[in-house]
Design a protein. Structure first.
Lengths: 550, 311, 304
């Protein structure tokens, strides 16, 4: 028996020797790196090192190419635009020191501060000119270039109809930038905090066109943090940028961003102390855990500017009848969906524009789950269509892109329409890319969709439905009065008057009901108790500039 | 021997050609444009993207290009990650997967043969039943459930191992164990039955009557002969490790090729799906060939010249 | 004690009794079944499988709940007297879903095995029987397909053709039949030169008769073993695909989709994982021990 045991142990020994040999070979430099860094931080009481999960590899860490929240979540820490959104959600001068604009809100002049790139170069007006022109050049295939269309001539350049020199941006001198806009844009300073508007060090970029592909000497940025490591599909390491103009506000010395694409694992790591933050906006929390986390009082919920809605194809009978659309919309019990399916503290939506942009929309334009009204509208609708019973309606199909969350909501609504109105609907799902094609082509009846605000202004939601054949309308709905109001709003430079115009437009929209809003999105997360001042904006962005451990 | 190997190599190349062709045409059938998004792109950018990825050419040109590229070990760009290529993904991810895979194979071999030997030596005693229960569990529990359960108990409940990621050697143990569970069970069963067969042979009886101790018999006579079937299992074993790694790497957040592949499936990143499929096929086909050749060297009873597998 | 001659008597030889077989005569299959029944583990597997099949047939009717009806006020309830296996995140009854899932999972397994059987027997039987060039060509074709990694191909198919029951079975069988074809061919090759086949041939029996009457029945043993082992591997593959998000689309439920849905809930609502996972394991266990038992029972070398 003893001898047999010894065989076993010698096998184990050989195995472990082999494994440690391989392991040591692979991990040596990483391990030594980490130990030295840990030594540094021990000087302060609490190590100012944060670990988060960002789910996946960012699409690109070139501000001009980035088109997703993951890339944005990194870029907001490493770069800085002319403005930065502050803790209260208001844009503040950042790279710009002083901002002036013409009375018609069509010309902005930015006086840049003495800021430096991570390599010591000064940040100049030319860096902005270069970055914006680069993003608009169709050759560079930026999928987010349209974010710059507010700048004069941008769209024509992006569509290849005009030369880059026609762009309304000018470096008056090294530190002065002048921007001409297409239309008066009162929210332009919010836009300049968005990553597509970030500068790029033009000398480095000209020398190395692939400067953004890896971390290293050529990955030059101007934000509170610099990227010191990018192990693709594994982790990104940020460290405090000592060249940053406002470096005294930056407390964290190091941020590690892991790319683990499994919400369960993310939460387990947090529970085990391997992460300081789990959930949005960086990562995702598993839906099944939300109730427990809420009951334990650990869950943080913050509404963001986004609406989940069901679009009606207003050209397909019976959805071409406004009363039928209203009946369907009124008969949805949004509270039940939010409480039992999404569970993330979402707000039932009875309006299109999120409450962070129009305060009154918290209550919305009608009552949630108003079955009585819904039945009235149904009756009226049926009369108009010359039908006696809901069963005589043409068959309705609800489409969604394949995903469990959407499917659950669609099923629940199918159930509600059946029990509240006696309308039977069919469900139909398709892969995202196929689905979106179908929606754009109008090949659907009722389809789920969501919209997350790009900037903090109602126009971002309303202009989706400006034109019948607009890129993201999909409902085939168009209304001249609504269109006129949107046009009026662009010319109005008084903020509160402009908001009134937009509210009027939304009222028309909600009366015609081309979409049935379901809920307003929220961000949900859990964090270490001593982690403070991580700033999440109403748009769902997150900034670590002021974050620190107590 | 040389003739046999050339013949097998030819088959391998033909199989590969079929795989590449099938992959290429299947992916062309895939619905949806790779650049379809919620926000529609201006046609100029769409055209530029199509040109960049060669999608504007007729299919036979694309097909030819693809074959030529693969011959040059170039698997093309990723649709999903700008400035990343499939080769980058393979170069970054495969070493990690390889390390995990080798660790798992070693664990599977060590524990599997050990269990099998114990079971055979203690045939029909409790040790035998115990070992076979472990083996049956390993075979009948799907790897994603096994991995989650292991993670739940060993990392989350008892804090023995880290939950996830790929950092220190401690990080590698749990995923390797989870990955090894199924092949370990197979190996244990294989070893047990071939040990039993060998133990019934006359030369064992002879050794026993010569007065050789149990340990000496086990080591000198039985194990060597009993492990031959285990060698032939190495081919399927490597395939199992590859597919197992898809699940394990995702659950444990390991930046290996398996998790990249799973990501590309959920992203519908077609070039990556294609490229990684072809790469895996090359690896697996070569592994099977190597195992077959090695088997021929180890067991002189097998005549390679017959060229027929599984006979 | 004295032994006298009178005590003995000459009985003579009884030629009839010398040839008599003391045990009743056994056909091959009877012999197999006796040996199989002696294998306790295998018999346990059979009983388990029968129970599972009975539950798959009757289970969904044993509860008043339907497998697909949502009940949003009754989500994630633990097992109790109302819902025997608890409810899931949409308030659906896990008991009903488990047995509905059993139907789908078993169907996938059995359908995959059946398709493998038909193609494999046809291909392997033809190749083995015809021999020569045809055999060479047919088996080379199989060899080339054999090289294609099975799961990768299945994944590819599911990605491209969409996630339906039909696609899944098609994808699983596209290379799955090769194993069967090889086994059948090997058997047919060794059997066709046996005298009784020759005799049948000289008596003018056609291909169909020889195949159907002699060759295929005699290869049934290995075929049966292969089929019993195909079923669990198909169920396994289905579960694996579900985890990768390539499984069946709801409201269809299989054990695989249920288990992968229940995975995130392991910490909070463990019953959602426990029941489907347990039944996957039991089913795979049952098929495996039955397969092993059959193989042992069929293998004459193990006769004692």
């Amino acid at each position: 028996m003893k001898k047999r045991l010894s065989v076993f142990f010698s096998m184990l020994l050989v195995l472990s020797m082999f494994l440690t040999a391989c392991g040591g070979f692979n991990k040596e430099d990483k391990a030594s790196n980490e130990s030295t860094k840990k030594g540094d931080s021990k000087k302060s009481d609490v190590p100012q090192e944060m670990r988060v999960n960002i789910n996946s590899e960012p699409f690109s860490l070139n501000p001009g190419l980035a088109n997703d929240a993951t890339s944005g979540g990194v870029l907001l820490q490493t770069f800085e635009g002319l403005t930065r959104i502050d803790k209260d959600g208001k844009p503040q001068p950042a790279m710009a020191e002083k901002i002036t604009h013409s009375d018609d809100l069509k010309t902005y002049t930015f006086k840049l501060r003495d800021a430096k790139w991570t390599n010591g170069d000064p940040v100049t007006a030319e860096d902005f000119v270069y970055a914006w022109k680069w993003a608009l050049d169709p050759k560079n295939e930026s999928q987010y270039a349209y974010q710059l269309y507010y700048v004069k001539g941008a769209q024509a350049i992006n569509e290849g109809k005009a030369g880059a020199d026609t762009l309304g941006i000018k470096a008056v001198d090294d530190k002065t930038l002048e921007v001409q806009l297409e239309n008066p844009t009162p929210y332009f300073l919010e836009l300049t905090a968005f990553y597509t508007y970030f500068p790029v060090n033009h000398t480095v970029a000209a020398k190395n066109p692939k400067w953004y592909a890896e971390a290293g000497a050529d990955y030059v940025s101007n934000g509170p943090f610099k990227m010191t490591g990018w192990s693709h599909q594994d982790k990104i390491t940020l460290e405090k940028n000592d060249q940053y103009w406002d470096k005294d506000s930056v407390k964290l010395t190091k941020v590690e961003m892991y790319m683990i694409n499994d919400p369960n694992t993310e939460l387990s790591m947090f529970d085990n102390g391997e992460l300081d933050w789990a959930g949005s906006p960086f990562g995702t929390l598993p839906t099944d855990a939300l109730k427990q986390l809420k009951d334990d009082g650990k869950l943080n919920v913050k509404p963001i500017a986004g609406t989940y809605w069901f679009k009606f194809n207003t050209e397909k009978p019976p959805l071409n009848n406004v009363n039928i659309r209203k009946a369907l919309s009124y008969a949805i019990n949004r509270q039940a969906i939010v409480d039992n399916i999404t569970q993330g503290g979402q707000i039932p939506a009875m309006a299109a524009v999120p409450p962070s942009m129009i305060k009154e929309n918290k209550k919305g334009y009608y009552k949630d789950n108003d079955v009585e009204k819904a039945k009235e509208y149904l009756k009226k609708g049926l009369e108009e269509l010359g039908l006696k019973d809901a069963k005589d309606l043409p068959p309705i199909t609800v489409s969604y892109n394949t995903s469990e969350a959407h499917q659950k909501i669609a099923q629940a609504i199918q159930d509600m329409w059946k029990s509240n109105l006696g309308i039977d609907v069919k469900l139909d799902n398709a892969e995202w890319k196929v689905y979106i094609d179908k929606l754009h082509k109008g090949d659907y009846m009722v389809g789920r969709m969501g919209w997350l605000g790009d900037f903090n202004d109602p126009i971002n939601f309303l202009e989706l439905f400006r034109d019948k054949n607009g890129g993201n309308n999909d409902t085939k709905w168009e209304n001249p009065e609504f269109k006129q109001l949107l046009a009026d709003s662009a010319k109005e430079s008084d903020a509160s008057k402009r908001l009134d115009i937009l509210k009027k437009a939304e009222a028309i929209f909600m009366d015609e009901m081309p979409v049935a809003p379901i809920y307003f999105y929220t961000n949900v997360w859990v964090k270490k108790d001593n982690l403070k001042d991580v700033v999440t904006s109403g748009l769902g962005d997150v900034q670590l500039k002021w974050a620190h451990f107590e | 021997m040389a003739k046999y190997i050339t013949k097998r190599l030819l088959y391998l190349l033909f199989s590969l050609y079929l795989i590449i062709t099938a992959t290429f045409f299947l992916m062309r059938l895939a619905p949806g444009n790779p650049f379809t998004g919620e926000k529609q792109l201006p046609p100029e950018i769409q055209a530029s993207l199509n040109e960049h990825y060669g999608l504007n050419k007729p299919w036979y040109v694309q097909y030819g290009d693809y074959l030529v590229k693969i011959a040059h070990w170039d698997f093309g760009p990723s649709f999903k990650y700008n400035s990343r290529t499939v080769n980058d993904l393979i170069n970054d991810g495969f070493p990690v997967s390889l390390f995990l895979g080798v660790e798992a194979i070693l664990i599977a071999l060590a524990l599997g043969t050990l269990l099998g030997i114990i079971a055979a030596l203690k045939h029909n005693k409790w040790q035998d039943y115990g070992a076979m229960i472990i083996a049956v569990l390993g075979i009948s529990v799907p790897s994603f459930i096994m991995a989650t359960v292991l993670q739940y108990f060993l990392a989350i409940k008892w804090h023995i191992f880290p939950v996830a990621r790929w950092d220190s050697f401690m990080h590698t143990i749990l995923p390797a164990l989870a990955l090894a569970s199924t092949p370990m069970a197979f190996i244990a069963r294989l070893t047990r039955s071939s040990m039993l067969e060998v133990l019934a042979n006359d030369y064992i009886r002879t050794a026993k009557s010569k007065g050789l101790g149990q340990t000496a018999i086990t080591i000198k006579h039985t194990i060597r002969n009993a492990l031959l079937p285990v060698v032939s299992y190495m081919g399927p074993l490597s395939a199992g490790i590859v597919t197992g790694s898809f699940v394990i790497e995702k659950i444990f957040g390991i930046p290996g090729l398996g998790s990249h592949f799973v990501m590309s499936i959920s992203n519908r990143d077609y070039t990556v799906i294609m490229g990684v499929t072809v790469f895996y096929s090359i690896i697996l086909l070569s592994a099977i060939l190597l195992v077959d050749i090695a088997y021929g060297f180890i067991d002189p009873r097998i005549k390679l010249t017959s060229g027929k597998k599984g006979e | 004690m004295e032994i006298s001659k009178e005590k003995f008597q000459i009985v003579g030889t009884r030629s009839t009794e010398a040839e008599k077989i003391s045990k009743p005569s056994l056909s091959f299959w009877k012999d197999v079944s006796i040996r199989f029944r002696k294998n306790k583990l295998a018999m346990f597997g059979v009983v388990l499988l029968i129970l599972l099949i009975i539950m798959a047939i009757f289970g969904p009717y044993m509860t008043k709940f339907d497998y697909r009806t949502n009940n949003l006020v009754n989500t994630n309830k633990p097992p109790g007297s109302m819902h025997w296996f608890g409810t899931d995140d949409l308030g659906r009854d896990v008991f009903a879903r488990t047995w509905q899932g059993a139907r789908i999972s078993l169907f996938i397994g059995i359908a995959a095995a059946a398709v493998d059987f038909f193609i494999g027997v046809f291909w392997g039987g033809l190749a083995g029987y015809k021999g020569g060039r045809i055999d060479e060509f047919m088996m080379r074709f199989a060899d080339v397909l054999w090289g294609i990694p099975y799961l990768l191909l299945v994944i590819l198919f599911m990605v491209v053709m969409g996630q339906s029951l039909g696609t899944m079975i098609l994808a699983m069988t596209i290379t799955g039949w090769i194993n069967m074809a090889r086994i059948v061919r090997g058997q047919v090759l060794s059997l066709k030169s046996q005298e009784y086949v020759l005799a049948s041939k000289t008596l003018g029996a056609g291909l169909q008769r020889i195949m159907g009457k002699h060759l295929i029945p005699n290869t049934m043993g290995p075929i049966l073993v292969t089929m019993t082992l195909t079923v669990p591997s198909a169920i396994f593959t289905e579960a694996f695909l579900s985890y990768l998000g390539l499984g069946l689309t709801p409201p269809l439920a299989s054990w695989g989709t249920m288990a992968s849905d229940g995975l995130p809930a392991i910490k909070y609502y463990p019953w959602r994982l426990f029941f489907p996972a347990t039944f996957i394991c039991l089913t795979i266990f049952a098929f495996n021990v039955i397969g092993d038992g059959l193989r042992d029972a069929l293998d004459p070398r193990l006769r004692k």
